[in-house]
Design a protein around this ligand. Structure first.
Ligand SMILES: [Fe+2]
Ligand SMILES: [Fe+2]
Length: 191
């Protein structure tokens, strides 16, 4: 699949989660928790594949042009988003700061997505061409199963650092996901 199509699909998925969250009433604690857990997962995976394959390919092709500057800004925006995500990850939805944090997350991601879709993607289309974009798309689709599923704002976000640290982090995240699933099942079976 074309890399840009794949990334745009991810953006749509995340936007749907945001819209669903925005429609919830203040007492929908369980739905808030579930939606934020999905945002954490979707956005962590999305940021991971962009940082491993998409951004490095652009930097390589663009050297020190405009597209390179846009990627550097994107990395900083990811960094800010990951901090907010790391605070929301596992946070009690009844905490008085929860809704405000989600709202800042949503604003930051919408801003970032708009920049990618309006400014970065059109340039990348010309810069990399269809063949290369298909290759990157395939690599990203495969990597979705192995990248970290939780945010790691202190970890490296460019190759080779993220490739090395990301593999370890992904294993820890998988264990965390399994652990939480078991806990949820136990709670469910008691109810
Ligand atoms: Fe991004
Ligand atoms: Fe993106």
């Amino acid at each position: 699949m074309n890399a840009i199509t794949l990334l745009k699909n991810d953006h749509k998925t995340v936007e749907q989660l945001f819209k669903r969250f925005e429609k919830l009433g203040p007492r929908a604690v369980k739905s808030k928790q579930e939606l934020v857990a999905r945002m954490v997962r979707e956005l962590s995976i999305h940021a991971g594949i962009e940082e491993m394959f998409f951004y490095p390919a652009i930097r390589e092709a663009a050297a020190d042009g405009d597209a390179d500057e846009l990627v550097l800004e994107s990395l900083e925006e990811h960094h800010v988003v990951k901090w907010v995500l790391s605070e929301l990850d596992g946070m009690n939805p009844e905490h008085e700061r929860f809704d405000a944090k989600v709202s800042v997350l949503v604003d930051s991601v919408r801003h970032h997505v708009e920049e990618e879709e309006q400014e970065l993607f059109p340039r990348v289309n010309k810069l990399l061409g269809r063949g290369r974009l298909d290759e990157i798309g395939e690599a990203m689709a495969r990597a979705k199963k192995t990248v970290p599923t939780h945010p790691h704002p202190r970890s490296p976000d460019e190759p080779p650092g993220n490739l090395v640290a990301g593999a370890g982090a992904a294993l820890v995240d998988k264990a965390l996901d399994t652990g939480r699933k078991v806990v949820r099942q136990k709670i469910g079976s008691r109810a």
